[in-house]
Ligand binder design. Structure first.
Ligand SMILES: CC(=O)SCCNC(=O)CCNC(=O)[C@H](O)C(C)(C)COP(=O)(O)OP(=O)(O)OC[C@H]1O[C@@H](n2cnc3c(N)ncnc32)[C@H](O)[C@@H]1OP(=O)(O)O
Ligand SMILES: CC(=O)C(=O)O
Length: 523
């Protein structure tokens, strides 16, 4: 059993760009508890009134599985433990588990605390024993332990011994500056495990991109607690990413970290935390990122379609993620075929139509289209190339007028004329920008003929400049994401004119919805 200790609410809050509200913190605590994290380091009550208030609010919340931890430092030099403000704040937090961090690198004692080495040992002993004798479960985080050990092993070990003698249940070895290598971690953790009588933990930062490797290595050397953060949030380059550590330990090395049934929640927990933290979810995160099981190279896709193990280290579903097959200029026939078959199941890898579609897609990618993020446009193009596309409306013209000065609601006006089965309709609409105005005018014109479009909303709009050296004459790719609350789809337009590119993406979005409605009726 490995105790997983999440610090996304404390070390994670020390990450650039993250600032939680009390409500955010309460939501994350509940989610981590539901997931099965053993210890949740919920905050530092001596740091700021928000954390202090949060601990008050937490008293009314039912936590089913986890132990909630309040984090704070050893007492300041030269004062009594019960007079230290941080200690008082920890007492008021109302939790049963306290994590005390203290210095284990002599450099920090002399240069930061500016006290004697002996006084630092007293600070550790006094603070840990104060809480332990009051009946708290105490975890001691030995800040900078690895750097301290390399500089003065004897002193670094004395700091751990002080904490262990004072009643700490775990002493946690911190690679605070994130500069250690796995072989050093293995050697040092092994020595500590053999010399200190209490359970050992690891807390690794990611400055050398080795935090996950160092944490797993520490476990192999005998550590039984891993501190880290969901999504690897944390000070500077972050903390060890629990989204990688948990599946590595549990699925690959056979340790028990969280209940087996819950490991499937990993991807959704990761996305939930990034949503609440208001951080973009990182596609490239192993295990939980959208690209973690996204296959793009033609040869990879061909192999994965034959046997998923060929290019997947685990089953994506085991961590609640999914396999994605991407289309691009590096796709081969197998990739595109798997998508084409959704539209025309009779085609094979050797059908002439398959080759024709692949050649056309590669040509379009060369011109700036990118189908891996625009499945809606891909679907329409394949239908067009197979002669199966039915046009639902004709555009007679559109006009957009930008207004200056503007107000935020109506900075642009658009006028659109459409024809459906020979019946013409002219509409105009205002919007907070030209695309918004065009979208509103087009929809207003078409809703009369296709009421189902009332459910469609535009959920995202992205512009990418393709040749920035072209300056204002550059080509752009516009990606639009739409939703009808049941399905989401992305469509794309490419042009040197941003309005034209947006317009093409809008038209595709509407044609896609109408084509899908027809598919449904035919089924
Ligand atoms: C490696 C880690 O991540 S440890 C956690 C780091 N997290 C944070 O710093 C976030 C929370 N911190 C805070 O909100 C503030 O720093 C506070 C409220 C705790 C302290 O604020 P201030 O009293 O204004 O001190 P300030 O932040 O300027 O300086 C830190 C002080 O803590 C002292 N200190 C640092 N580590 C320790 C320790 N382990 N034990 C005791 N004192 C410590 C420093 O010596 C310094 O004291 P000094 O001003 O007497 O030299
Ligand atoms: C305790 C802690 O956050 C560190 O040493 O990095």
């Amino acid at each position: 059993m490995i105790y997983i200790y999440d610090s996304v609410l404390r070390d994670g809050a020390q990450a650039e760009g993250i600032s939680y509200s009390v409500e955010d913190k309460l939501k994350i605590v509940k989610k981590l508890d539901e997931f099965g994290i053993s210890y949740i380091e919920a905050g530092n009550p001596g740091s700021n009134p928000k954390d202090a208030d949060f601990f008050k609010r937490l008293k009314g919340v039912s936590i089913k599985n986890a132990k909630v931890v309040a984090f704070g430092s050893t007492r300041r030099p030269g004062i009594k433990t019960d007079e230290d403000n941080n200690v008082k704040a920890l007492l008021e937090a109302g939790v049963n588990t306290i994590c005390i961090f203290g210095k284990s690198w002599d450099l920090h004692v002399t240069d930061v605390l500016r006290t004697s080495l002996d006084e630092n040992l007293n600070m550790i002993y006094d603070t840990v024993s104060f809480f332990a004798s009051e009946g708290y479960e105490v975890i001691f985080d030995a800040e900078h332990f690895f750097d301290g050990y390399k500089a003065n092993a004897d002193y670094a070990m004395k700091t751990l011994k002080a904490a262990a003698d004072a009643g700490a249940k775990f002493v946690v070895l911190c690679d605070t500056n994130g500069g250690s290598f796995p072989d050093e971690v293995y050697e040092i953790v092994s020595k500590v495990v053999n010399n200190i009588s209490v359970a050992i933990g690891i807390h690794a930062h990611n400055d050398s991109e080795l935090a996950v490797a160092n944490s797993i290595t520490a476990v192999k050397a005998g550590a039984s607690m891993v501190q880290g953060c969901i999504n690897g949030y944390g000070e500077r380059t972050g903390n060890a990413n629990l989204c990688s550590i948990i599946p590595a330990l549990q699925l690959k090395l056979g340790y028990e970290c969280i209940p087996d049934d819950n490991i499937k929640m990993l991807t959704s927990v990761s996305k939930y935390v990034s949503e609440v933290a208001n951080m973009q979810h990182d596609n490239r995160m192993p295990y939980v990122g959208d690209s973690a099981f996204a296959h793009k190279g033609g040869m990879h896709i061909d192999a994965v379609l034959k046997n998923t193990r060929t290019y997947e280290h685990i089953d994506p579903e085991s961590v609640g993620n999914e396999r994605r097959i991407l289309m691009s200029e590096v796709s081969g026939k197998s990739t595109i075929l798997s998508k084409i078959k959704e539209i025309e199941p009779t085609l094979t890898k050797n059908s002439p139509e398959t080759k024709m579609i692949i050649d056309e897609l590669k040509k379009m990618e060369y011109e700036g289209y990118q189908f891996e993020g625009a499945e809606g446009s891909f679907y329409l193009i394949v239908k067009k190339l197979l002669g199966k596309f039915k046009k639902h409306f004709d555009i007679k013209y559109f006009k957009v007028i930008d207004q200056i000065p503007w107000d935020l609601q109506t900075s642009a006006t658009a006028m659109v004329k459409v024809a459906v089965d020979g019946i013409e309709e002219v509409t105009a609409a205002e919007g907070n920008g030209p695309v918004n105005a065009l979208d509103a005018a087009l929809r207003r014109a078409l809703e009369r003929f296709y009421p189902v479009l009332k459910s469609v909303v535009l959920t995202d709009y992205k512009v990418r400049v393709l040749n920035s050296d072209g300056a204002t004459a550059a080509k752009v790719r516009v990606l639009i994401e739409s939703s009808d609350r049941e399905e989401c789809w992305s469509t794309m337009g490419v042009s040197t004119n941003i309005i034209q590119a947006s317009w093409d993406a809008l038209i595709d979005s509407i044609e896609y919805k109408l084509a899908k409605e027809e598919d449904k009726k035919q089924k």
